[in-house]
Design a binder for this molecule. Structure first.
Ligand code: ITT
Length: 195
């Protein structure tokens, strides 16, 4: 089954491909030119739907199945920020590193060295006749120091519950089992098999 990913985030593409080996997974940017999608919904779920529909419409192919992922990190000491604003937390053209450093700085500014935090991943699956959504979460601790080079985004500052290393330090096999994205994807796969 051919599954088109409505994302231009290479970290997400890498993870979803590794977790979906029985599907032919193709980022939409390999089929059409990348275009900007304004993610202005109020929830991860609605932003995922918005991305999936935008790419489905742009592909102009009724037989395609599109999967979008909207995700982010929520930090307790920051009242849940950055949440749905995770991709632009360091400013409009922020890189992953800018976002990471902004988040560590803002946690430090609260006078603490760490805070409980969680990742959310919402996934939307859109076909010509249906739309479905699923979620996955991962709980842990957000640090104010970067540790490790693995993963992407906020991974070097996030220690999953039950571990003493960040997602930037943990090996790929461990990382595949834990995340919000793999939990959402295991639900998404059940839906995909019915399509
Ligand atoms: P697309 O919208 O094209 O999918 P994006 O990077 O803009 O790509 P989001 O809007 O969903 O994606 O923003 C998610 C943000 O949260 C972004 O800054 C990611 O780096 C970060 N993020 C999401 N999942 C993550 C993970 O598993 N590990 C580390 N950071 C993650």
């Amino acid at each position: 089954m051919k599954l088109v990913l409505a994302t231009s985030n290479k970290g997400k593409v890498r993870e979803i491909k590794a977790m979906c080996e029985d599907f032919e997974v193709i980022p939409y940017t390999e089929l059409i030119d990348e275009f900007e999608i304004i993610e202005d919904a109020d929830t991860f779920k609605d932003n995922a739907l918005l991305k999936a529909h935008a790419v489905f419409d742009a592909l102009d192919d009724e037989n395609v199945i599109v999967l979008a992922d909207d995700s982010g990190i929520s930090v307790e000491v920051l009242d849940g920020a950055p949440g749905i604003y995770s991709a632009r937390y360091g400013g409009d053209n922020a890189t992953d590193k800018d976002n990471l450093h902004t988040l560590m700085r803002n946690i430090k500014a609260k006078g603490v060295d760490s805070s409980p935090a969680f990742y959310t991943a919402a996934m939307a699956i859109v076909t010509k006749t249906s739309e479905r959504t699923v979620h996955g979460w991962m709980y842990g601790t957000a640090l104010t120091e970067e540790q490790g080079e693995g993963g992407f985004g906020y991974d070097p500052m996030f220690v999953p519950l039950g571990y003493d290393k960040t997602l930037g330090e943990l090996d790929d096999a461990t990382k595949r089992k834990l995340p919000h994205r793999s939990k959402a994807l295991s639900l998404a796969r059940k839906i995909l098999k019915t399509l």
